[in-house]
Design a protein around this ligand. Sequence first.
Ligand code: FPP
Length: 237
Amino acid sequence: MEKKTKNTGTPIDCPVRHMAFIMDGNGRWAKKRGMPREYGHKFGAEAFRRVLRRCSQLGMEAVTFYVFSTENWKRPQKEVDSILKLLDQYLDECEEELKKNDIRFIFIGDRSPFSPQIREKIDKIERISAHYTCIVNLALNYGGRSELVHAANQLLKQGKEEITEQDFANALYTSQSPEPDMIVRTGGDLRISNFLLWQAAYAELYFTDKLWPDFQADDVDEAVENFKNRKRRFGGV
Ligand code: FPP
C-alpha cells in the first residue's frame, strides 16, 4: 500500500527519513541590512517555520534543529534574551501548527537552566504533541559532547557494567528518531559545531553559503535532490 502523509495525504517518496539543520548566518544576514543581530534571529525564526512545514509535508519521519547550543550562552545577554523570547513566543503559538502538520516536538538538551515558565511550556508542548507522527527535535542548550556524557551517566545509573552501541543510542536524547540521513548547515562554514556527534556517524553533510533567514522551502527540496545522488556505503563497498 502506498504510504501517505497524515497531514496532506500526499504520497511519500522522500528518501530522507531524518534531516537535521545547523541554522547559521542570522547575525550576518542582519548586518548586511545594517540591523542588529536580533533582527536576524527574528527572520531566522520565520525560516525555521517554513523549513519545518516543508519537511513535514515531504513526509520526513524526523527533523532536528540546532536552536541554541551550550556555547550560545556566551553571546551578549541582549542577544540571548532575544532568542529565548522568540522561543517563548513560538511555544505560545505553535499548538495549531503541530496539530495541522502532525508534528511531535521533543526538546533535546539540558533544560535545567531555562526559566520555570519556559520549562513548563516545553513540558506542555511535548505532552500535547506526543501522539503526533513527525518527530521534531528542538536542540536547546544542546551540545553533542554533553549529550554523550549525559548518556554515559544514564547508563551508569542503570548499573550497567558493559554496554552495546544500541544501549548507548537508546540513552541519547534522540533515541526516538532514526539516525540523521543528512545534516544541512547554512552560512558557509564547514564544520559540525558539537552537533549530533554520535548520530552523525553516517550522515551525509550538506553545506550551503545561503544564510539561514534566506533558506526557503525550495532549498529543502534541493537538499533532498542532492541526497538522492549520494552513494551511501556505510563502510561497505
Ligand atoms: C546562528 O546564527 C543562529 C543561532 C545561534 C540562533 C538560531 C535561532 C533561531 C533561528 C531562532 C529560533 C527560533 C525559534 C522560534 C525556534 P548566528 O547568529 O551565529 O549567525 P552568524 O554566524 O551570521 O553570526
